[in-house]
Design a protein around this ligand. Structure first.
Ligand code: DLL
Length: 433
């Protein structure tokens, strides 16, 4: 099923024309309304007149996560705050999150994008969709939620957690689709098995999985265990949230909705464009966003783009699975974590040395997150009560800064291996390839 055939199947030349018109408009808007972009364009000697077609996009400067942080919280808005009707946020590299603002029109474009995804998965008005992504500042829950309403389906706004209730309602209400992270889907599959309710008693047919990397093997495992077809959904807060793109029934890559979110692939070292079909870093320009447009935003996600028409009839460009990242961001239980955030918390607390190791693994389909940290010799003690209090202090602080509670392992001073060169701060034992 195709939600917006005119756009999704538009001949490529027409799409380029549409993109050219929209690029001119967004550049005009940011140049006049966002001092940050005006300054960056002026530094390159650019005015909006220099951008006539989508081919001129490479002239424009890049935007990076640090720019969002430097302009925290509302410095990149291109409209007065009175026009912003919603805020979302995601992890920054240290303490402060990055914030995005949406106008009413931005929200309607977002739900249109999610609606296209749901139709591509074969979900329609008759269907119930259980949304088990987190609701709140994270874009997953509310993003999927609005898309289901847009197609006239029935949304079950479960949010994350409370696995027993998830299973009970999925069963009792007869959800056809489940939207959550692929790792939570695997966890739920095990829990359903343990619940003793036969799989045939569920109506579940479709999975809408994203927000973290996953592999073909994981797909097979989820499909077998839940007896469903598992689809990818991709997105990021800075660009809109879930629904920047999705797979269709042919699952030959993730279609990107390039009439709104224009993708490029660059070499993360040289920053030069990379040929279609070759891997590099994904960069997006939001062509229609009003609240907080992004010009050539470096996602740090590594992938490749393919422009051949898909068997489903869509001409919308397809992206390979996300192969990795060109920075050190980890996604643990769906939460974006930067080692620099962990470091910032440790540096804040006087009891600890700035020597730490993050160990991430996947046990029973759930990510584990351990932080080993050295206690300063002045604070080192054999007293259990004091050690537990220190452990709690650091775990509480990380929970509040990162949004995820690590298992903290306190170690003796000078016990974490010192490196001669670049320190190895992260051991990620999960396998994504
Ligand atoms: O994760 C938005 C989202 C919610 C997408 C629900 C899909 C479903 P952020 O928290 O800003 O937004 O994280 C964005 O997550 O740059 C990727 O590294 C990763 N990511 C998102 N979707 C996928 C996917 C949401 N399908 C970051 N495959 C992105 C691999 C993904 N990685």
């Amino acid at each position: 099923m195709i939600w917006n055939e005119t756009i999704e199947c538009m001949p490529r030349e027409d799409m380029r024309k549409l993109q050219s018109i929209r690029l001119r408009q967004v550049v005009e808007r940011v140049y006049h309304n966002t001092p940050f972009y005006r300054r960056k364009m002026q530094e390159l000697g650019l005015t909006p007149e220099d951008i006539q077609s989508i081919d001129d996009i490479a002239k424009l400067p890049f935007t990076v996560k640090q720019d969002l942080r430097d302009n925290y919280p509302f410095g990149l808005m291109a409209v007065p705050m009175s026009e912003i009707v919603r805020l979302h946020a995601s992890s920054g590299t240290t303490g402060k999150p990055i914030v995005v603002g949406y106008t009413r029109k931005d929200l309607s474009i977002w739900k249109e994008a999610v609606a296209r995804c749901l139709y591509a998965y074969g979900i329609s008005k008759q269907d119930l969709v259980q949304v088990s992504y987190g609701y709140g500042l994270f874009t997953g829950g509310l993003g999927l939620h609005a898309g289901v309403e847009q197609i006239g389906g029935t949304v079950i706004p479960m949010s994350s957690g409370n696995t027993q209730k998830q299973i009970q309602l999925m069963h009792d209400f007869g959800a056809k689709a489940l939207a959550c992270t692929p790792s939570y889907a695997l966890f739920l599959a095990e829990a359903i098995k343990d619940s003793g309710i036969p799989r045939e008693n569920f109506q579940l047919k479709v999975g809408i999985f994203g927000a973290e990397p996953w592999t073909e093997n994981m797909r097979k495992e989820i499909e077998e265990k839940l007896g469903i077809k598992a689809y990818d959904i991709y997105g990021l807060t800075e660009i809109t949230g879930p629904g920047v793109g999705c797979e269709c029934e042919y699952q030959g890559g993730t279609h990107l909705w390039e009439d709104h979110f224009y993708p490029e692939i660059i070499d993360p070292e040289t920053l030069q464009p990379v040929e279609p079909g070759h891997p590099g870093e994904l960069v997006f320009t939001t062509l229609t966003k009003e609240g907080m447009p992004m010009i050539r935003y470096r996602t740090r996600d590594l992938t490749a783009l393919h422009y051949e028409k898909c068997a489903c009839g869509r001409t919308a460009v397809r992206m390979d699975r996300i192969l990795g990242r060109s920075d050190d961001m980890l996604i643990i239980r769906g939460v974006n974590v930067f080692p620099s955030q962990v470091e910032a918390v440790i540096l804040e607390l006087e009891e600890f040395e700035p020597h730490y190791l993050i160990v991430v693994d996947r046990v029973n389909n759930t990510d584990t997150f351990e932080v080993q940290v050295e206690v300063r010799s002045e604070f080192y003690t054999d007293e259990m009560g004091k050690l537990l209090a220190m452990q709690k202090k650091i775990a509480d602080r990380m929970q509040s800064v990162i949004g995820l509670r690590p298992t903290v392992k306190l170690v003796e001073p000078r016990s974490i291996e010192r490196s001669q060169g670049k320190a190895k701060r992260v051991i990620d034992k999960r396998k994504f390839v």
